[in-house]
Design a protein around this ligand. Structure first.
Ligand code: NAI
Length: 223
């Protein structure tokens, strides 16, 4: 199997989608699947699937297809899902609470063990029995608990300062929801994954605008 460090980020970006489709197949009781059938289900070409999976040593056998359980497990391993991860949420507002309420992360091995917030009124409250703590307890909490990932759910204006503090306390991976490209402000060895839902809605609105343009052009052409 190739070293995952040498795999392109485009391939890595597609792996969670393979993982999700394979999990669905497992739930449906499908043991094996050809790249052709998988490609139909996923709406990508069979050669793309073969190329992608060959990066990891190729999981398929000629004439047999892919063993769904094996492939699901192997991709899960590449995605780091064979290890449980403890997470904390910084910012227990609307978004932080919504994420803490989403129990499905646990099925993937991601456990939210605490929320933290600067607002003293939130201290002592909880979300799904997960406690909200004050920021003054953050350093000791990180020291005493094995925290793998911090989720940043606070305003952009406070994100850099808070992220630097988390790094100082030993955090090495940040799932960032504040509207800022945080990695530009942190040491290179800190892993940052930015999530910007607004970029996703802008992509949809761009496609809507283009579709509208095309149908207007077609109408003008027809008329
Ligand atoms: P909110 O105002 O409901 O919650 C923010 C929370 O952060 C508050 O409870 C506040 O007390 C806390 N906070 C502020 N500064 C803090 C600090 N220095 N340390 C600890 N806690 C602090 O806001 P909401 O709706 O939950 O949004 C949070 C952030 O996420 C905003 O910046 C928003 O723009 C962003 N957002 C990003 C999305 C995305 O797709 N990336 C989607 C929705 C919101």
């Amino acid at each position: 199997m190739s070293n995952t460090n040498t795999i392109s980020s485009a391939v890595i970006n597609r792996l969670p989608r393979y993982y999700r489709f394979l999990a669905d197949l497992l739930r449906e009781g499908v043991d094996r699947i050809s790249s052709g059938r998988l490609s139909q289900r996923m709406g990508v070409t069979a050669s793309q699937i073969r190329q992608d999976l060959n990066n990891f040593g190729g999981f398929g056998l000629q004439g047999y297809g892919y063993n769904v359980k094996y492939l699901h497990e192997a991709i899960g391993k590449i995605l780091g899902l064979d290890t449980a991860h403890n997470m904390i949420i910084i910012g227990a507002g609307n978004l932080g609470r919504a994420l803490a309420n989403y129990a499905d992360f646990e099925n993937l091995g991601f456990f939210i063990i605490s929320l933290f917030d600067a607002n003293p009124e939130l201290e002592g409250t909880s979300v799904r029995n997960i406690p909200v703590r004050g920021m003054e307890g953050l350093e000791a909490f990180i020291r005493d608990n094995h925290v793998d990932i911090a989720l940043l759910c606070l305003p952009k204006a406070n994100a850099i300062e808070t992220a630097r503090m988390l790094v100082k306390f030993g955090i090495k991976a940040i799932w960032n929801f504040a509207h800022i490209d945080l990695e530009l402000y942190l040491p290179e060895n800190v892993l940052v994954e930015n999530v910007h839902l607004s970029e996703s809605i802008m992509r949809l609105s761009c496609r809507m605008a283009r579709q509208k343009d095309e149908s207007e052009k077609a109408e003008t052409g027809n008329g």
